[in-house]
Design a protein around this ligand. Structure first.
Ligand code: ZN
Length: 503
């Protein structure tokens, strides 16, 4: 058994090296590659992805796993059992889909992303609709190959690829009550008489200052720049290349403070997670992140619960005022309220902490119906707008600002959106647990101490790898069941204060 296990871990490590080489090529494509390199790079990346797939589905890997799964691997949450279980899961996912389906999905989603892009620019949903139909047909077939039993909802197997263990039913039970309480909070905020000023964040913020300031803040919260980089790209992302090498990107707008600063904190939150994984377990379950939702909980925590707190700015605001002449006449209190502005808008990626979750619930509702075949693609724009009115009280002006705004569906990413809201929910639960153990976190932030929280996350979440599924991890770390109540309490409390909703 030991011999077999050693062969498995050596194999998985090499497979991870292959994957990380591909990640590095992809990172470089988004940051420094000259325009002319596009064709060559796409060939390089797809060749490597093909080799990776061959390795990940190799019969020898299947034999090793078959042998090990029967053996005594020790406690279920011990490293050996976790590593074998996760490898088996990945192997099953990679081998359950027929090669023909994998190729069709890759070809159709590439073309449909192009079609989506053109349809969005010309605000023409009808040009995209046949593509959406094709993608959905393939995704249903994929979900059917992956589902546990004939009765399981198709949507569950799509969701499970991003958030293992989470079910449609559990999401409905969590999102429903959360939405019922968020809608009145949004309308109370809309009716508030004393609103923060938005325009102070649209003054002049010289880019060299933004670079230096956001870099300094990322380092202050614990992103290790000796083992990481921060560069620029059109769409910010974090790529954990592997132990000792994590790359973040951000983007700058000279006339908008929030974009680079909070974008960098967000990606640094992802990066701190990647840097906190056990390097010895590279390529193994014990050295990988739990799920997209747990990953997002880390970015959201640093971006919002920490970065948009009063205490954080108590510490950083004097420096901000020194760097930016535009803020010299703006008192801390006013700045704090402005970075926490809540405003129903059509666009998800620009949404604030309160309305963001409603954007996700809307997509969750519609994509479930699309996958189940209860909503026809032709009826999507109307269904989108009707639900938008119900949740936000406003109607998108056109489909480009409505159902065409996100790339996800054209790329076949059904079941992905919920992980964004899950991130907010987990973050609030983890934050409360950290505070119970460490004492008042705001007192620490106000004096620039972020290491206690970062170390707590390292110990309780990052170093555990995939030891537990997300909901079990929440239970182990917080002692509580997965619940949206802490998020709701946090939002009600914070925005009640920001908007002075004292009644
Ligand atoms: Zn993120």
């Amino acid at each position: 058994m030991e011999e077999t296990y050693r062969e498995l871990t050596t194999y998985l490590r090499r497979l991870a090296l292959l994957g990380s080489s591909n990640s590095l090529l992809s990172w470089e494509r988004e940051t420094f590659m000259p325009e002319g390199g596009t064709q060559l790079r796409s060939e390089q990346v797809s060749l490597l992805a093909g080799v990776q797939h061959q390795w990940a589905t190799a019969p020898r890997l299947g034999e090793l796993l078959d042998e090990l799964i029967e053996a005594d691997l020790g406690p279920a949450d011990g490293p050996t059992a976790v590593n074998v279980r996760q490898a088996k899961r990945d192997y099953d996912l990679a081998t359950k889909l027929p090669q023909r389906l994998v190729e069709d999905l890759s070809r159709v989603t590439t073309l449909s992303q192009g079609a989506w892009h053109r349809a969005k620019q010309s605000n023409d949903f009808s040009a995209f609709e046949p593509w959406l139909d094709q993608v959905l047909t393939l995704k249903r077939e994929e979900a059917d190959c992956l589902r546990a039993g004939a009765d399981a909802p198709l949507y569950d197997s799509l969701l499970d690829q991003y958030e293992p263990g989470m079910t449609t039913e559990q999401l409905k039970a969590t999102f429903g009550p959360l939405r019922e309480q968020l809608v009145p909070l949004v309308s109370a905020i809309a009716d508030a008489s004393d609103k923060p000023a938005a325009d102070i964040l649209n003054r002049d913020f010289p880019i060299d200052q933004q670079q230096a300031f956001s870099r300094k803040a990322a380092a202050a919260i614990g992103f290790d720049l000796d083992s990481g980089r921060i560069d620029e790209s059109a769409h910010p992302f974090c790529s954990g290349i592997g132990p000792g090498d994590c790359r973040l990107t951000t983007r700058y707008d000279e006339q908008f403070f929030n974009m680079a600063f909070f974008g960098t904190l967000h990606e640094a939150g992802h990066g701190i997670y990647e840097q906190g994984l056990n390097p010895e377990a590279f390529g193994l379950g014990m050295g990988q992140s739990v799920s997209l939702g747990i990953h997002e909980s880390q970015s959201r925590m640093w971006e919002n619960l920490v970065g948009r707190s009063h205490a954080f700015w108590h510490h950083f605001y004097p420096e901000a005022q020194e760097r930016y002449a535009a803020l010299k006449d703006v008192p801390l209190e006013q700045f704090y309220r402005s970075i926490n502005l809540v405003e129903p808008s059509w666009i998800r990626v620009e949404a604030d902490e309160v309305t963001y979750n409603l954007h996700i619930m809307l997509r969750f509702e519609l994509e479930q119906q699309l996958v189940a075949g209860d909503l026809k693609t032709a009826d999507l724009p109307e269904a989108w707008n009707a639900l938008f009115r119900e949740y936000f009280g406003i109607t998108p002006p056109d489909d480009a600002h409505g159902c065409l705004q996100d790339v996800h569906w054209s790329a076949g990413l059904f079941g992905y959106f919920p992980t964004y809201a899950l991130g907010n929910i987990y973050a609030a639960q983890f934050y409360n647990a950290a505070e119970r153990e460490l004492g008042n976190l705001h007192d620490l932030f106000a004096s620039g101490q972020f290491a206690p929280l970062k170390d707590w996350l390292n110990k309780n979440i990052h170093s555990r790898g995939q030891q537990y599924l997300a909901a079990d991890l929440v239970k182990v770390v917080t002692g509580e069941e997965f619940s949206a109540d802490p998020l709701l309490q946090y939002l009600n409390h914070k925005f009640g204060e920001v908007y002075r909703l004292s009644n």
